[in-house]
Design a protein around this ligand. Structure first.
Ligand SMILES: [Zn+2]
Length: 132
């Protein structure tokens, strides 16, 4: 029954809500962007999951496209003084980067878990030795 429950967790739902990919309930992060060592609900080893540089690439491309487009639009529509751009875009870039990094990192980790494509697959052989 618990195996069926694990398979019903949508990787996209767990990813977008930053929840554990195993149970969909525990928090994935222990800090702003630090993945927790283990799930507080199902004790899944989250420390073995690694999304690499993938989320950063998505965030750079998506946020860069949006911010540059908005900055160009603000410049041509309102012609503000030059200091308005850093005041406007630095906080937007900072908050947007952190938000999008959390979501993309969580989603990639959930997809890796769902498709069994993480580092944890290699460690499966060591769990058989643990029963000794
Ligand atoms: Zn969990």
């Amino acid at each position: 029954m618990s195996e069926t429950d694990k398979n019903t967790v949508s990787p996209f739902r767990a990813g977008f809500t930053c929840r554990c990919p195993g149970c969909g309930k525990g928090k994935l992060y222990s800090g702003l962007l630090k993945v927790a060592d283990k799930c507080e609900i199902c004790s899944l080893d989250l420390g073995a999951e690694d999304s690499g540089d993938g989320p950063a690439v998505f965030v750079i491309l998506i946020l860069g496209f949006v911010i540059v487009g908005l900055a160009v639009w603000v410049e041509f529509a309102f012609s503000p003084p030059l200091w308005v751009h850093p005041v406007l875009w630095f906080p937007t870039i900072l908050a947007g980067s952190i938000f999008l990094l959390r979501v993309f990192k969580s989603t990639l980790i959930s997809l890796q878990f769902h498709h069994k494509a993480g580092v944890g697959v290699v460690d499966d052989t060591s769990s058989h030795n643990a029963s000794e």
